[in-house]
Design a binder for this molecule. Sequence first.
Ligand code: NAD
Length: 258
Amino acid sequence: MYSIDLSDKHGIVFGIANHRSIAWAIAQILHEAGAKLAIAYQNERVKNSVAKLVEDWEDTPLIECDVGDDFNVATTFDTVGDRFGSLDIMVHSIAFANRDDLGGPFLDTDREGFRLALDISAYSLLPIARYGAPLMERNGGSILTLTFQAANRVFPGYNVMGTAKAALENEVKQLASDLGQQNIRVNAISAGPLDTLSSRVISHYRDMKRIHAERSPMRRNITADEVAKAALFLCSDLSGGITGEILHVDTGYNIMGI
Ligand code: NAD
């Protein structure tokens, strides 16, 4: 019999904005499995809702961290190091693009919108891995990020975020190669559409969700809980031999041709 017990693990979760956030579903399942978590939230705007979600969790540091500045990321890991001593799990569940760049022709994406989307949604995994990995050196660890199939195929409206996800997926592989000898694994979950703050601003999101349900082998959409369960697997020793992997949790939509 195998069970997933993370009671000897410490983790940090980036990307909770509210109860719909994929990061929140992941944080809950890691917490239920016994992991002690630090929660890194973006800014004052989301602070209260994040604090309310975890108000009953003991010994849970809440750390403000806008990942647009490497200094913030570095000091976040200083704080985590002081509190936990070491880390086993890091979850990066962050994306951002200007609303104007998530609709209309991709052709119209300007340089600043492109830079911003790639910086926050893709580059940010690097400083998190760079400053977090030293805390994983003793026992190894698992780094997880969230991607979408628009990394490989065109989803009208997803636009520059598809470019960001393509970069992110490549980073997963390069980081897995860099960190593998330290027994630090780096993986991504490619999730199907879920109703969150971020997805709602993508034009055609409703169509995308409907078409996933109509055409995926399982003929339905995924749930946040299904993403969280896959995350639990990738963050635990059960996936000990897996790194550089993009795991689809999308009721099989990605395998369909027509
Ligand atoms: P969400 O809006 O709940 O989460 C996005 C998070 O990114 C928020 O918590 C926000 O505060 C954070 N963020 C944005 N800019 C930041 C910054 N500068 N510094 C720190 N944090 C910042 O939406 P979500 O759908 O849970 O998104 C989480 C991840 O899942 C994203 O990478 C998204 O692309 C990915 N994803 C979502 C779906 C979906 O359909 N919802 C599908 C596949 C992948």
